[in-house]
Design a protein around this ligand. Structure first.
Ligand code: MEV
Length: 439
């Protein structure tokens, strides 16, 4: 590829043309494909183009629905956006299984988020501490124009402190701002507060006569919210008498419960297993995060940091078998919003929220935690009974058949043929070649 300047200024057609000129050989199929996924409605397409930069086309993912989630007595049908086969099926099965056993019990523990002004300052520490205490009210009122609306909705700044980090990095301090952001994810809100407050703080130190000339310079390093939100956390659990688990794929209820509990404990003690275990949880959570237009990178980064909060990476879910009761729980930080950002701009994110009957952010946290738990339950249940490949391969087979251009008849024949055989790309290709010869 050649380098290019002014790419962002080109129209979409010009960008695609430029790209096709760079590629060796006939690029007409590539161009056709890029054009194929544009929205016909120009207004809609314009909106998608504006989400990001240098857009060439749109990238589709399946949007599915997982019904029957009984959470705190209310039934939800949960929209899920995910490309991986079996995820929506497993969530739906998990939801159905627990629907008959009291459903999911979810509780938001807290919804506090944090932003940090990172700065360096050289001088006598106690002077800065005293100054900060005295300047606190002024710092808060300096951002009133930003916080006023949020306060009307019941949120705003709920904590402001100076954090001494000089034992880690020379002269390094933080202003820690804790916020309640109601139904918004709150990134813009928090970042705006931080940037404004940093400037006011810098100016006030500069002008304060308590500081020597050598102490007047606050060197702002950066202002940014933290995506680590251990205080924006939700708990969710399912429970039933062990006997009510029923016979699970040939295992008695007690055998299943014990095997299941051991599998979860393995994920508590072994990071190798824990990452895969938590990946299964995130299969469900990310799908709802995506469907509702939330930030899956933030959710992922935070969930995994939280899973390692005691110094070792562990399972986000836990199981207890006390007496005759099976209880399976998850505790996970989920900083999500139901207003603002993509949630209000992406037409399908809006639709997802409508399907969920326009939940508050805490309600959405509960739904996501339930889906994560259902997903985890489904995955571990398969792992300790039939193995994961059986269910996976059924759907995977369909993907391979479609990928290889199978006709509807070949798809039906393929399903029968592979019902008792191992599915692989090569085996499916051979099957199709054979089927072409026999027809
Ligand atoms: C696959 O996407 C997810 C699983 O590996 C999760 C797990 O192992 O628990 C099945």
């Amino acid at each position: 590829m050649k380098t290019v300047s002014g790419f962002s200024k080109m129209s979409k057609e010009q960008k695609i043309e430029w790209l096709s000129e760079q590629l060796q050989g006939d690029s007409s199929a590539l161009v056709k494909n890029l054009n194929l996924y544009w929205h016909q409605d120009q207004e809609v397409q314009k909106r998608f183009d504006e989400f990001s930069e240098n857009t060439l086309t749109n990238y589709d993912l399946p949007f599915g629905l997982s019904p029957n989630f009984l959470i705190n007595g209310k039934v939800y049908s949960v929209p899920m956006v995910i490309e991986e086969s079996s995820v929506v099926a497993a969530a739906s099965l998990g939801a159905k299984f627990w629907l008959d056993r009291g459903g999911f019990h979810a509780k938001v523990i807290s919804t506090r988020k944090v932003g940090q002004v990172h700065f360096q300052w050289q001088g006598e520490k106690s002077k800065l501490v005293n100054f900060f205490e005295e300047a606190r009210i002024r710092l808060l009122s300096s951002v009133e124009s930003i916080t006023a609306n949020m306060e009307k909705r019941g949120g705003g700044i709920v904590g402001l402190s100076l954090v001494d980090m000089t034992d880690k990095i020379e002269n390094y301090y933080q202003i820690k701002v804790e916020c309640e952001t109601c139904n918004a994810m709150g990134a813009n809100f928090i970042n705006s507060i931080l940037e404004e407050m940093a400037q006011v703080f810098k100016r006030e130190v500069m002008m304060d006569s308590r500081f020597e000339n050598t102490e007047k310079e606050v060197h702002i390093i950066m202002c940014i919210l933290s995506n680590y939100t251990p205080d924006c956390v939700v708990e969710c659990s399912v429970e039933c008498p062990i006997d009510e688990l029923g016979t699970v794929n040939g295992l008695s209820a007690r055998e299943f419960a014990e095997k299941f509990a051991t599998a979860v404990r393995i994920a508590e003690v072994d990071p190798n297993r824990a990452v895969t275990h938590n990946k299964g949880i995130m299969n469900g959570i990310d799908a709802v995060v995506l469907a509702t237009g939330n930030d899956f990178r933030a959710i992922e980064a935070c969930a995994h940091a939280y899973a390692a909060r005691d110094g070792q990476y562990r399972s986000l879910s836990t199981v207890s078998l006390a007496g005759d009761k099976f209880k399976f729980s998850i505790r996970i930080p989920l900083a999500v919003g139901t207003v603002g950002g993509l949630t209000s701009l992406h037409p399908l994110a809006k639709t997802s929220l409508a399907i969920l009957e326009n939940p508050t952010a805490p309600e959405l946290m509960q739904v996501m935690a339930a889906v994560g738990l259902a997903q985890n339950f489904g995955a571990v249940r398969s792992l300790v009974t039939t193995g994961i490949q059986k269910g996976h391969m059924k759907l995977h087979l369909l993907n391979i058949l479609n990928q290889l251009g199978a006709t509807p008849e070949q798809i039906e024949e393929g399903k029968t043929h592979f019902s008792d055989k191992v599915v692989s790309f090569t085996a499916v290709r051979n099957f199709l070649t054979q089927s072409v010869h026999t027809h």
